[in-house]
Design a protein around this ligand. Structure first.
Ligand code: PMP
Length: 358
């Protein structure tokens, strides 16, 4: 039996995507070759890359003023690639510190220039999203993390940066909701949550931002302009991962696009938060208005029952529920492909466990 996969990433993908990916591993596009053994220069893969790049933009309502890239190196490489390209030595970039990944992005930026941390929730173990700051108009750019995978907070609004380039790590809520993507100058994310398997990193970059590329020597592999000029194939791209991302983007379209996907995601999160709030055995972790509807964190009122609850979840075929070590408790990731039925299965286990142990 297929398990209910609540893992934070790599994570659940739509069943139909897995089946198409499996078929392509046996025979890719009628070539008589596996997707794993075709040349990335073959016309069949060329078509995949072109469609994936186009659909990545179209799904977010982006037009010809943006470029889409499928790169390697994970979101973690973007932590350094962004400042390498856009933060001059003596300038300052503005960041918010909303979690472990945001703080890693800050650490990398400091290798290249100055960093002004406009807001941080570190002191409260990142249980809320800092607000009320103003982005200085001389900042090289403003960087934020839309969804904090480990802590379970999410930005439900993005600040007005008044012309300062807006750059966002969207690794854990890519394509999960309707956003005004045209407000962003650069969006990046590891594919391995909502978009595909590990191995591809999506970058959506506004062409006008490239005019602001710093005047320093940048190694080719870390230069956005080089990848754009190479059509996202300057070097061997992540062939399999990009193909699966394309299948997932087509799946999103088949579901009715981001509006439909967001509706499902909100329904799933409401079901689970409602149980956490009403079940006396479980407690929420984050401030209500900043709760993520992708990664739901919660704890148990009687910590001695933690292992027992994980065992009950396992018996019910629920996997990936254990919280990250820096938060403890539990984390249920409700990515696009997870069904309402899976969330209901988790809620049922919570109810049943509370009844037996409450
Ligand atoms: N940013 C966020 C928000 C993440 O959740 C992660 C990974 N979980 C990363 C960055 C790092 O991504 P990668 O492992 O692809 O480098």
């Amino acid at each position: 039996m297929k398990k209910h996969n609540f893992s934070a990433g790599p994570a659940i993908l739509p069943q139909s995507v897995l089946e198409q990916a499996a078929a392509a591993i046996r025979d890719f596009a009628g070539t008589g070759l596996s997707l794993l053994e075709v040349s990335h220069r073959d016309k069949e893969f060329d078509a995949v890359m072109a469609e994936a790049r186009e659909l990545a933009k179209k799904t977010y309502g982006l037009g010809d003023d943006y470029e889409a890239l499928f790169l390697q190196g994970g979101a973690s490489t973007q932590f350094c690639m962004v400042p390498f390209n856009f933060l001059p030595d003596n300038d300052t970039a503005a960041y918010t510190d909303t979690g472990e990944w945001a703080s890693k992005a800050i650490k990398e930026a400091k290798l290249f220039g100055n960093v002004n941390v406009l807001g941080s929730s570190k002191e409260s173990n990142y249980t809320f999203i800092p607000k009320g700051y103003t982005v200085p108009n001389d900042a090289a750019y403003f960087h934020c993390t839309s969804n904090n995978t480990i802590y379970g907070t999410q930005m439900h609004e993005f600040p007005d940066t008044a012309g300062v380039p807006l750059i966002c790590d969207m690794s854990s809520d890519l394509y999960s909701r309707v956003i005004d993507a045209n407000r962003f100058d650069l969006i990046y994310g590891g594919a391995q949550k909502n978009l595909g398997p590990a191995g591809a990193t999506l970058v959506l970059v506004k062409k006008s931002l490239l005019d602001k590329t710093v005047d320093r020597k940048i190694p080719s592999m870390l230069d956005y302009r080089v990848h754009i000029k190479g059509g996202s194939m300057y070097n061997t791209p992540p062939v399999f991962a990009t193909y699966v991302c394309l299948l997932t983007l087509r799946w999103i379209e088949s579901q009715g696009g981001l509006a439909a996907v967001e509706k499902m995601n909100r329904e799933k999160a409401a079901l689970l938060y409602n149980e956490i709030d009403s079940n006396p055995l479980f407690n929420p972790v984050c401030k209500v208005e900043d709760r993520s509807f992708m990664n739901v964190t919660f704890t148990i009122a009687k910590p001695e029952l933690e292992e027992g609850f994980l065992a009950a979840a396992k018996t019910a075929s629920l996997v990936g529920i254990k919280g990250h070590r820096s938060v403890g408790g539990f984390r249920a990731s409700l990515y696009n492909a997870l069904t309402l039925e899976s969330v209901q299965a988790l809620v049922d286990v919570m109810k049943d466990f509370a009844q037996k142990n409450g």
